[in-house]
Design a protein around this ligand. Sequence first.
Ligand SMILES: Nc1nc2c(ncn2[C@@H]2O[C@H](COP(=O)(O)OP(=O)(O)OP(=O)(O)O)[C@@H](O)[C@H]2O)c(=O)[nH]1
Ligand SMILES: C[C@H](OP(=O)(O)O)C(=O)O
Length: 208
Amino acid sequence: MQVVVPYTTRDPKSRLADVLSLAERRAFARAMRDDVLDAVRAAGETPTLLTADESDADGADAPAVVDDRPLTPAVNAVLETHAETESVAVVMADLALATPDALSRLFESEGDVVVAPGRGGGTNALVVRHPDFRVDYHGASYRDHRRLAAAADLSVTDVDSMRLSTDVDEPSDLAEVLLHGTGAARDWLVDAGFELDVADGRVGVTRE
Ligand SMILES: Nc1nc2c(ncn2[C@@H]2O[C@H](COP(=O)(O)OP(=O)(O)OP(=O)(O)O)[C@@H](O)[C@H]2O)c(=O)[nH]1
Ligand SMILES: C[C@H](OP(=O)(O)O)C(=O)O
């Protein structure tokens, strides 16, 4: 199986700009990238980064394919090259809670297309086992991917996983990383002074 992890350092995690500077967002995104690469390896697969720039792979323990086009055409180029001959998994680099068990369940689920939906309508991880399938990310891509698969008469399997459904986009997602994370991304947040805030009875984060 070809496991591709899309990752860019171009204004990463822009929805965290209110709580992290650009340099901090880059460092945090890199920590999540490394957690995801570790989890893929621990699930028994060899990840390849799909980056917009060669330097995006700096410090990563994985080979990189560089494609400076936007996410959708870059992933579709990978599908064009590989999906004819092998399964292709696409696992986003912002899945800070991904575990080897959750990824193994994704990789082992049957179906022409296997989708791990993200909260908010996205597609956090995907396995493609048919050469005709192409992605269309952003917006309600979970719904779009199901429609595209149905239009091509392909079977679709959902993977119901708290860990794979949690992509880290918004400040409230940082609480999930503090609560459930075990890797470099959680360590980065703790070192940066973030802690859980339950002062008003709801769970959020605060920074010292
Ligand atoms: N190679 C590549 N990866 C991308 C691109 N855009 C996003 N990604 C990666 O795709 C995954 C999902 O990205 P998003 O959450 O949609 O975007 P983001 O830039 O991380 O965050 P936002 O700015 O908040 O949308 C992350 O791992 C990104 O690093 C791109 O144009 N090229
Ligand atoms: C890549 C994109 O991520 P989101 O913008 O939903 O975080 C998607 O899942 O379609």
